[in-house]
Design a protein around this ligand. Structure first.
Ligand SMILES: Cc1ncc(COP(=O)(O)O)c(C=O)c1O
Length: 317
Protein backbone atom coordinates (compact mmCIF):
# COMPACT_ATOMS: atom_id res chain seq x y z
CA UNK A 1 0.00 0.00 0.00
CA UNK A 2 1.38 3.41 -0.93
CA UNK A 3 2.16 5.72 1.94
CA UNK A 4 -0.89 7.87 2.68
CA UNK A 5 -0.37 11.62 2.39
CA UNK A 6 -0.94 13.90 5.33
CA UNK A 7 -1.72 17.48 4.33
CA UNK A 8 1.10 20.00 4.20
CA UNK A 9 4.85 19.50 4.22
CA UNK A 10 7.21 22.29 5.30
CA UNK A 11 9.93 22.80 2.65
CA UNK A 12 12.55 25.52 3.08
CA UNK A 13 10.06 27.67 4.96
CA UNK A 14 7.04 27.19 2.66
CA UNK A 15 4.02 24.96 3.16
CA UNK A 16 3.64 22.57 0.24
CA UNK A 17 0.86 20.08 -0.46
CA UNK A 18 1.89 16.48 0.17
CA UNK A 19 1.63 15.55 -3.52
CA UNK A 20 3.73 18.54 -4.62
CA UNK A 21 6.61 17.99 -2.17
CA UNK A 22 9.11 16.77 -4.76
CA UNK A 23 12.86 16.93 -5.30
CA UNK A 24 14.83 16.35 -8.52
CA UNK A 25 16.23 12.87 -9.13
CA UNK A 26 19.63 14.54 -9.62
CA UNK A 27 19.60 15.82 -6.04
CA UNK A 28 22.87 14.91 -4.33
CA UNK A 29 21.12 13.10 -1.48
CA UNK A 30 19.54 10.59 -3.85
CA UNK A 31 22.95 9.51 -5.15
CA UNK A 32 25.26 9.83 -2.16
CA UNK A 33 23.13 9.66 0.98
CA UNK A 34 23.95 13.26 1.90
CA UNK A 35 21.13 13.86 4.32
CA UNK A 36 20.50 13.87 8.06
CA UNK A 37 17.17 13.54 9.76
CA UNK A 38 15.19 13.24 12.97
CA UNK A 39 12.29 11.22 14.24
CA UNK A 40 10.24 12.68 17.08
CA UNK A 41 6.72 12.15 18.34
CA UNK A 42 3.80 14.36 19.22
CA UNK A 43 1.56 12.73 21.82
CA UNK A 44 -2.10 13.41 22.48
CA UNK A 45 -1.67 14.08 26.19
CA UNK A 46 -4.38 14.70 28.74
CA UNK A 47 -3.46 18.42 28.44
CA UNK A 48 -3.51 18.50 24.63
CA UNK A 49 -0.97 17.66 21.92
CA UNK A 50 2.66 17.91 23.03
CA UNK A 51 5.97 17.03 21.40
CA UNK A 52 8.27 14.80 23.42
CA UNK A 53 11.72 16.39 23.82
CA UNK A 54 11.52 18.59 20.75
CA UNK A 55 14.57 20.64 21.76
CA UNK A 56 17.00 17.67 22.01
CA UNK A 57 15.70 16.20 18.75
CA UNK A 58 16.27 19.44 16.85
CA UNK A 59 19.62 19.96 18.51
CA UNK A 60 20.68 16.49 17.37
CA UNK A 61 19.50 17.36 13.86
CA UNK A 62 21.69 20.46 13.79
CA UNK A 63 24.59 18.46 15.29
CA UNK A 64 24.19 15.76 12.63
CA UNK A 65 24.28 18.42 9.91
CA UNK A 66 27.37 19.99 11.45
CA UNK A 67 29.25 16.67 11.43
CA UNK A 68 28.58 16.53 7.68
CA UNK A 69 29.62 20.18 7.16
CA UNK A 70 26.09 21.23 6.25
CA UNK A 71 25.12 24.72 7.37
CA UNK A 72 21.41 24.59 8.06
CA UNK A 73 19.76 27.67 6.55
CA UNK A 74 17.34 27.60 9.53
CA UNK A 75 18.42 27.69 13.16
CA UNK A 76 17.17 25.34 15.86
CA UNK A 77 14.56 27.73 17.26
CA UNK A 78 13.09 28.35 13.78
CA UNK A 79 12.86 24.63 13.08
CA UNK A 80 11.22 23.97 16.45
CA UNK A 81 8.61 26.63 15.75
CA UNK A 82 8.11 25.20 12.26
CA UNK A 83 7.37 21.75 13.73
CA UNK A 84 4.86 23.13 16.21
CA UNK A 85 3.15 25.28 13.59
CA UNK A 86 3.02 22.41 11.11
CA UNK A 87 1.30 20.17 13.66
CA UNK A 88 -1.31 22.87 14.13
CA UNK A 89 -1.68 23.47 10.39
CA UNK A 90 -2.26 19.77 9.76
CA UNK A 91 -4.50 19.54 12.84
CA UNK A 92 -2.75 16.53 14.30
CA UNK A 93 -3.26 15.57 17.91
CA UNK A 94 -0.66 12.80 17.73
CA UNK A 95 1.89 12.18 15.00
CA UNK A 96 5.39 11.18 14.06
CA UNK A 97 7.66 14.11 13.10
CA UNK A 98 10.32 13.74 10.42
CA UNK A 99 12.62 16.75 9.85
CA UNK A 100 15.25 16.28 7.14
CA UNK A 101 18.28 18.35 6.10
CA UNK A 102 19.71 17.27 2.78
CA UNK A 103 21.92 18.22 -0.15
CA UNK A 104 19.78 19.27 -3.06
CA UNK A 105 20.21 19.84 -6.77
CA UNK A 106 23.33 21.38 -8.25
CA UNK A 107 26.11 19.02 -9.33
CA UNK A 108 26.64 15.29 -9.24
CA UNK A 109 30.23 14.89 -8.14
CA UNK A 110 30.84 13.21 -4.79
CA UNK A 111 31.87 16.61 -3.40
CA UNK A 112 28.63 17.79 -1.77
CA UNK A 113 29.72 21.35 -1.09
CA UNK A 114 28.38 22.99 -4.28
CA UNK A 115 24.90 21.62 -3.59
CA UNK A 116 22.31 23.61 -1.66
CA UNK A 117 21.34 22.55 1.85
CA UNK A 118 17.57 22.06 1.86
CA UNK A 119 15.26 21.42 4.79
CA UNK A 120 11.91 19.66 4.97
CA UNK A 121 9.58 18.63 7.77
CA UNK A 122 6.83 16.09 7.32
CA UNK A 123 4.34 14.54 9.72
CA UNK A 124 2.35 11.37 9.65
CA UNK A 125 0.39 9.11 11.90
CA UNK A 126 2.63 6.25 12.96
CA UNK A 127 0.87 3.81 15.22
CA UNK A 128 2.75 1.38 17.45
CA UNK A 129 5.89 0.04 15.74
CA UNK A 130 5.37 -3.46 17.10
CA UNK A 131 2.12 -5.23 17.97
CA UNK A 132 0.36 -4.67 21.30
CA UNK A 133 1.22 -8.27 22.15
CA UNK A 134 4.93 -7.58 21.56
CA UNK A 135 4.82 -4.49 23.75
CA UNK A 136 3.36 -6.61 26.57
CA UNK A 137 4.95 -10.00 25.92
CA UNK A 138 8.26 -9.17 24.25
CA UNK A 139 9.99 -9.66 20.91
CA UNK A 140 11.98 -12.58 19.54
CA UNK A 141 15.22 -11.14 18.14
CA UNK A 142 18.55 -12.33 16.79
CA UNK A 143 22.09 -11.04 16.82
CA UNK A 144 22.73 -9.71 13.35
CA UNK A 145 25.58 -10.96 11.20
CA UNK A 146 25.96 -7.29 10.24
CA UNK A 147 28.01 -5.12 12.62
CA UNK A 148 27.30 -1.44 13.22
CA UNK A 149 29.63 1.02 11.54
CA UNK A 150 33.18 0.98 12.89
CA UNK A 151 34.40 4.21 14.50
CA UNK A 152 36.00 6.48 11.93
CA UNK A 153 33.86 5.09 9.11
CA UNK A 154 30.34 6.51 9.29
CA UNK A 155 29.77 8.55 12.46
CA UNK A 156 27.15 6.81 14.60
CA UNK A 157 26.33 10.02 16.48
CA UNK A 158 25.11 11.65 13.28
CA UNK A 159 21.60 10.52 12.37
CA UNK A 160 22.54 10.35 8.73
CA UNK A 161 20.39 8.67 6.09
CA UNK A 162 23.55 6.80 5.04
CA UNK A 163 23.61 4.94 8.39
CA UNK A 164 20.24 3.46 7.56
CA UNK A 165 21.70 1.37 4.75
CA UNK A 166 23.29 -0.61 7.59
CA UNK A 167 20.01 -0.58 9.54
CA UNK A 168 18.15 -1.97 6.53
CA UNK A 169 20.57 -4.89 6.25
CA UNK A 170 20.06 -5.69 9.93
CA UNK A 171 16.28 -5.43 9.70
CA UNK A 172 15.90 -7.42 6.46
CA UNK A 173 18.14 -10.23 7.68
CA UNK A 174 16.19 -10.50 10.94
CA UNK A 175 12.85 -10.64 9.14
CA UNK A 176 14.12 -13.13 6.55
CA UNK A 177 15.18 -15.38 9.43
CA UNK A 178 11.77 -15.08 11.12
CA UNK A 179 12.66 -12.60 13.87
CA UNK A 180 11.02 -9.29 14.69
CA UNK A 181 14.29 -7.36 14.89
CA UNK A 182 18.05 -7.68 14.88
CA UNK A 183 20.63 -6.56 17.43
CA UNK A 184 23.96 -5.45 15.99
CA UNK A 185 27.33 -5.73 17.66
CA UNK A 186 30.04 -3.16 17.09
CA UNK A 187 33.13 -4.16 15.12
CA UNK A 188 34.85 -5.30 18.35
CA UNK A 189 31.99 -7.70 19.06
CA UNK A 190 30.46 -5.67 21.87
CA UNK A 191 26.76 -5.00 22.06
CA UNK A 192 25.72 -1.93 20.07
CA UNK A 193 22.04 -1.40 19.19
CA UNK A 194 19.09 -2.51 17.08
CA UNK A 195 18.37 -1.34 13.54
CA UNK A 196 16.57 1.70 14.93
CA UNK A 197 16.58 1.31 18.70
CA UNK A 198 18.93 1.44 21.67
CA UNK A 199 19.15 -1.56 23.95
CA UNK A 200 19.05 -2.09 27.71
CA UNK A 201 19.92 -5.20 29.71
CA UNK A 202 18.96 -6.02 33.31
CA UNK A 203 20.90 -8.46 35.47
CA UNK A 204 20.57 -8.78 39.25
CA UNK A 205 18.44 -5.62 39.36
CA UNK A 206 21.12 -3.45 37.73
CA UNK A 207 20.34 -1.80 34.39
CA UNK A 208 23.05 -1.71 31.73
CA UNK A 209 23.26 -0.01 28.35
CA UNK A 210 26.19 0.33 25.92
CA UNK A 211 27.94 3.73 25.95
CA UNK A 212 27.89 5.90 22.84
CA UNK A 213 31.46 4.86 21.98
CA UNK A 214 30.07 1.41 21.04
CA UNK A 215 28.69 2.76 17.74
CA UNK A 216 25.25 3.67 19.06
CA UNK A 217 23.07 6.61 18.22
CA UNK A 218 22.84 8.84 21.31
CA UNK A 219 19.14 8.12 21.56
CA UNK A 220 16.82 10.62 23.18
CA UNK A 221 14.60 7.83 24.50
CA UNK A 222 17.77 6.16 25.83
CA UNK A 223 18.57 9.38 27.71
CA UNK A 224 14.98 9.59 28.98
CA UNK A 225 14.98 5.96 30.11
CA UNK A 226 18.26 6.47 31.98
CA UNK A 227 16.59 9.36 33.82
CA UNK A 228 13.39 7.41 34.47
CA UNK A 229 15.36 4.41 35.77
CA UNK A 230 17.25 6.66 38.19
CA UNK A 231 13.99 8.35 39.25
CA UNK A 232 12.61 4.90 40.04
CA UNK A 233 15.64 4.21 42.22
CA UNK A 234 17.28 1.67 39.92
CA UNK A 235 21.05 1.45 39.56
CA UNK A 236 22.13 2.25 36.00
CA UNK A 237 25.47 1.58 34.33
CA UNK A 238 26.63 2.67 30.87
CA UNK A 239 29.36 0.19 29.99
CA UNK A 240 30.61 -2.01 27.16
CA UNK A 241 28.73 -5.30 27.15
CA UNK A 242 29.84 -8.53 25.49
CA UNK A 243 27.30 -10.37 23.35
CA UNK A 244 26.74 -13.13 25.89
CA UNK A 245 25.37 -10.60 28.38
CA UNK A 246 22.12 -10.96 26.45
CA UNK A 247 21.97 -14.73 26.97
CA UNK A 248 22.28 -14.50 30.76
CA UNK A 249 20.17 -11.36 31.25
CA UNK A 250 17.10 -11.26 33.49
CA UNK A 251 15.48 -8.69 31.20
CA UNK A 252 16.30 -7.04 27.87
CA UNK A 253 14.42 -4.21 26.20
CA UNK A 254 14.61 -1.85 23.24
CA UNK A 255 13.98 1.89 23.46
CA UNK A 256 13.51 4.52 20.77
CA UNK A 257 11.09 7.10 19.45
CA UNK A 258 9.42 4.57 17.17
CA UNK A 259 9.45 1.52 19.49
CA UNK A 260 9.10 3.53 22.73
CA UNK A 261 9.91 0.87 25.38
CA UNK A 262 9.54 -2.69 24.04
CA UNK A 263 10.61 -5.85 25.89
CA UNK A 264 12.62 -8.67 24.30
CA UNK A 265 11.71 -12.20 25.32
CA UNK A 266 14.32 -14.21 23.43
CA UNK A 267 17.66 -13.65 21.72
CA UNK A 268 18.91 -16.23 19.22
CA UNK A 269 16.14 -18.53 20.54
CA UNK A 270 17.57 -18.34 24.07
CA UNK A 271 14.85 -17.27 26.48
CA UNK A 272 15.48 -14.00 28.32
CA UNK A 273 14.66 -14.40 32.03
CA UNK A 274 11.19 -15.89 32.32
CA UNK A 275 10.53 -15.40 28.61
CA UNK A 276 8.23 -12.41 28.99
CA UNK A 277 8.34 -8.75 30.00
CA UNK A 278 10.24 -8.41 33.27
CA UNK A 279 9.21 -6.25 36.25
CA UNK A 280 11.85 -3.54 35.79
CA UNK A 281 11.06 -3.21 32.09
CA UNK A 282 7.39 -2.94 32.97
CA UNK A 283 8.01 -0.26 35.62
CA UNK A 284 10.08 1.84 33.19
CA UNK A 285 7.61 1.29 30.35
CA UNK A 286 4.71 2.32 32.59
CA UNK A 287 6.43 5.50 33.77
CA UNK A 288 7.43 6.36 30.20
CA UNK A 289 3.85 5.97 28.91
CA UNK A 290 2.45 7.85 31.93
CA UNK A 291 4.75 10.79 31.19
CA UNK A 292 4.14 10.94 27.43
CA UNK A 293 0.39 10.62 27.91
CA UNK A 294 0.43 13.38 30.49
CA UNK A 295 -0.76 11.02 33.26
CA UNK A 296 2.37 11.52 35.39
CA UNK A 297 3.97 14.87 36.28
CA UNK A 298 6.42 16.06 33.61
CA UNK A 299 9.14 16.67 36.18
CA UNK A 300 11.91 16.85 33.57
CA UNK A 301 10.07 19.34 31.32
CA UNK A 302 10.05 16.93 28.38
CA UNK A 303 6.68 17.82 26.85
CA UNK A 304 6.41 20.87 24.58
CA UNK A 305 2.74 21.83 24.25
CA UNK A 306 1.78 22.38 20.64
CA UNK A 307 -0.61 25.21 21.41
CA UNK A 308 2.24 27.42 22.62
CA UNK A 309 3.84 27.17 19.17
CA UNK A 310 3.15 30.58 17.76
CA UNK A 311 3.83 32.51 20.92
CA UNK A 312 6.97 30.92 22.32
CA UNK A 313 9.93 28.97 21.03
CA UNK A 314 10.49 25.62 22.64
CA UNK A 315 12.20 25.56 25.98
CA UNK A 316 11.39 21.92 26.66
CA UNK A 317 14.41 19.71 27.31
C1 LIG B 1 19.99 3.42 14.97
C2 LIG B 1 19.12 4.01 16.02
N1 LIG B 1 19.46 3.86 17.32
C3 LIG B 1 18.69 4.36 18.30
C4 LIG B 1 17.53 5.06 18.02
C5 LIG B 1 16.72 5.63 19.14
O1 LIG B 1 16.89 7.03 19.18
P1 LIG B 1 15.74 7.98 19.70
O2 LIG B 1 15.35 7.50 21.04
O3 LIG B 1 16.36 9.34 19.74
O4 LIG B 1 14.61 7.88 18.74
C6 LIG B 1 17.15 5.24 16.70
C7 LIG B 1 15.94 5.98 16.38
O5 LIG B 1 15.98 7.00 15.80
C8 LIG B 1 17.96 4.72 15.68
O6 LIG B 1 17.62 4.87 14.40
Amino acid sequence: MAFPGTGKIWMNGSLVDWNDAKIHVASHVVHYGSGVFEGARCYDTSRGPAVFRLGPHMRRLIDSARIYRMDSPFDQATLERAVLDLIQTNEFRACYIRPLIYRGYDSLGVNPLPCPVDVAIMLWEWPAYFTKEAVEEGLDVKISTWARMAPNTLPAMAKSVANYANSQLIKMEAMADGYAEGIALDTSGNLSEGSGQNIFVVRDEIIYTPPIANSVLAGITRDSVLAIARDLGFEVREQALPRETLYIADEVFFVGTAVEVTPIRSVDKIRVGRGRRGPMTEAIQQRFFDIVRGDAPDTHGWLQPVTAATTAASTAR
